[in-house]
Design a protein around this ligand. Structure first.
Ligand SMILES: [Zn+2]
Ligand SMILES: [Zn+2]
Length: 363
């Protein structure tokens, strides 16, 4: 399903203030609150506006959403992450006053069943790799079904009876709240360790857990344009669960670059400029991430002037186009002058004083 734009969901312009976001959410939340609105689809609508609010009311998430859109943003956050730490200040109380937990009955929750936990690992890449995209090998540990008992936990051929503590389900359900949403974590039954059965003879290989630890080496594709601290989600590469594995999140760290500083998809660099060149103007060669480019300096350029090289920045993630390179020139005052240079500059100063005098003479 394609998600609607968060601003559109809340009926707001892109530059809406945080007060406008709050007001619009409050109004729509009242309108679509499943306790008051019994229309089909009201619950989904309420969830949609709550999600939009959770993102747009959080400065960091809003910025990331503005920059990367749904495609990039949804790769970085799970549904629960979106709601985590969201400031629903006051709104939750309204819901509680209604005596209603709108999300208590299912959606937004974790899949039901014995699914494996999600895992997170990290990978480090360079700025050049972030710009081009890169394949990286990663190593991590996860659990997999035991080969001997095929994940059952019991010695092949031995008897199994239903666990009395979880009634054979192997799991216990726990709810956590994040804003107006409840998220359900299904935790493993402690007594049967999630097997749902009382095992007469535990498997010799896994001791009855049904799992064995596995060292994984996988290659992942890191898309071009990725920024520091973004997470990639790899389906089904998490911990073992009898009904299906969890997911693997890979947090990407992009190393600081020696020359360039990255902001969004723009690259910033400072380069020295001789004061003669700054005064006379001309072309200079400036480094780009993968080479160099010529930059025209107009005569009379001041120190710290910034020039933009369009399209020399980092490619946008999951959409076309690139950021720019911003070159800031810093005028260098020479310290150790040769005899000749000193003479030329003295000549220059004399000339300058002369023209000033003439200038004054005119008025
Ligand atoms: Zn086993
Ligand atoms: Zn149990």
């Amino acid at each position: 399903m394609t998600k609607r734009d968060y601003y559109e969901v809340l009926g707001l312009a892109k530059n809406a203030t945080s007060d406008q976001i709050k007001q619009s959410y409050r109004k729509l939340a009242m309108q679509y609150h499943p306790d008051r609105n019994k229309d089909a689809g009201a619950t989904e609508k309420f969830k949609e506006i709550s999600e939009a609010y959770a993102v747009l009311s959080d400065e960091t998430k809003r910025k990331q959403y503005d920059q990367y859109g749904h495609a990039g943003f949804d790769n970085m956050y799970s549904e629960e992450d979106i709601f985590r730490n969201a400031d629903f200040g006051g709104f939750e109380d309204i819901f509680r006053n209604f005596g209603f937990d709108p999300f208590g009955s299912g959606f937004g929750g974790r899949r039901q069943g014995d699914y494996g936990a999600n895992l997170e690992t990290e990978v480090r890449i360079t700025l050049e790799e972030a710009a081009k995209g890169v394949k990286k090998e990663i190593h991590y540990n996860r659990s997999r079904a035991c080969d001997r008992c095929k994940g059952e936990g019991s010695e092949p051929g031995s008897s199994r009876t239903k666990c009395s503590s979880c009634n054979g389900r192997g799991q216990v359900q726990q709810a956590r709240r994040a804003g107006p949403m409840s998220f359900y974590t299904v935790t493993t039954c402690g007594k049967c360790r999630g097997e749902g059965v009382k095992i007469e003879k535990p498997c010799r290989n896994c001791g009855g857990s049904g799992k064995t630890s596995s060292n994984e080496h996988i290659k992942i594709d890191i898309p071009h344009g990725i920024d520091d601290d973004m997470r990639l989600r790899l389906d089904n590469l998490g911990e073992y669960g009898r009904d299906g594995p969890g997911d693997l999140f890979v947090r990407v760290h992009v190393a600081e670059h020696k020359k360039f500083h990255r902001e969004g998809d723009d690259l910033y660099i400072e380069i020295p400029l001789s004061f003669a060149k700054a005064a006379i103007g001309g072309k200079i060669e400036v480094p780009t991430l993968f080479g160099s480019d010529m930059l025209s300096i107009p005569p009379g350029t001041k120190s710290h002037t910034a020039f933009r090289l369009r399209g020399e920045g980092i490619p946008h993630i999951q959409r076309s186009g690139k950021g720019d390179e911003i070159v800031r020139v810093i005028i260098d005052v020479p310290k150790n002058l040769s005899k000749k240079q000193k003479e030329l500059l003295e000549e220059f100063e004399k000339e300058e004083n002369e023209s000033k005098k003439k200038g004054f003479g005119l008025f």
